[in-house]
Design a protein around this ligand. Sequence first.
Ligand code: SAM
Length: 198
Amino acid sequence: MHERRFRPSQMHRLEDPDRLAWLPPAEVLAHLSLQPGYTVADIGAGTGYFTLPIASAVGSAGRVLAVDVSPEMLDRLRARLAEAGLSSVDCVEAEASATTFPAGSCDVALLANVWHEFDDHAAVLDEVRRILRPLGRIALLDWRPDVERHHGPPLEHRIAPDVAAASLTRAGFRLAQPLVLLPYSWLLIGAKEPSRPA
Ligand SMILES: C[S@@+](CC[C@H](N)C(=O)[O-])C[C@H]1O[C@@H](n2cnc3c(N)ncnc32)[C@H](O)[C@@H]1O
């Protein structure tokens, strides 16, 4: 059960400084066009690799809703937020498919390095669509299946970006930008369409 889920015992790997070289948060966030005052859901936030820079980008008028199923990950995230003096982040222990946030309450949702861990992608996308405002954006980032890297998830767990793009379209998102390829990751940005495809 949950054999693809990242183990909290490995959380130090998410904070390895080496990561900054091949997955620079600023480069990823530049594609999200974040504005001061935005509310951003960071789903599968882990220990906050993206949560902290997002909180800086949206400023004190904005809000970050950091969701994770793992209480250990959230404990570590809370400690990092306290150390950084950031108070604009809510840490929420919840399933990605049931965040509990109000409908239409988020401008952007980021799901980074977690897509390959989900059992039910359609259920997660339905929830993201529900919490996004009209024309709100989803950013999906995950491991490339065409590039081997010893400490990433096994190749057979990784999902190709065209398969993820088809899931987005089926769930009522329009691809808002061309696919972005990073050294070991792909990034897709979708915009919430007013209505879902029939
Ligand atoms: C590989 S970590 C990535 C963390 C962070 N996004 C990053 O890139 O550093 C994946 C995280 O997603 C969480 N996760 C996995 N399945 C989830 C689910 N169904 N709902 C919420 N969180 C989930 C795990 O607990 C883990 O903290």
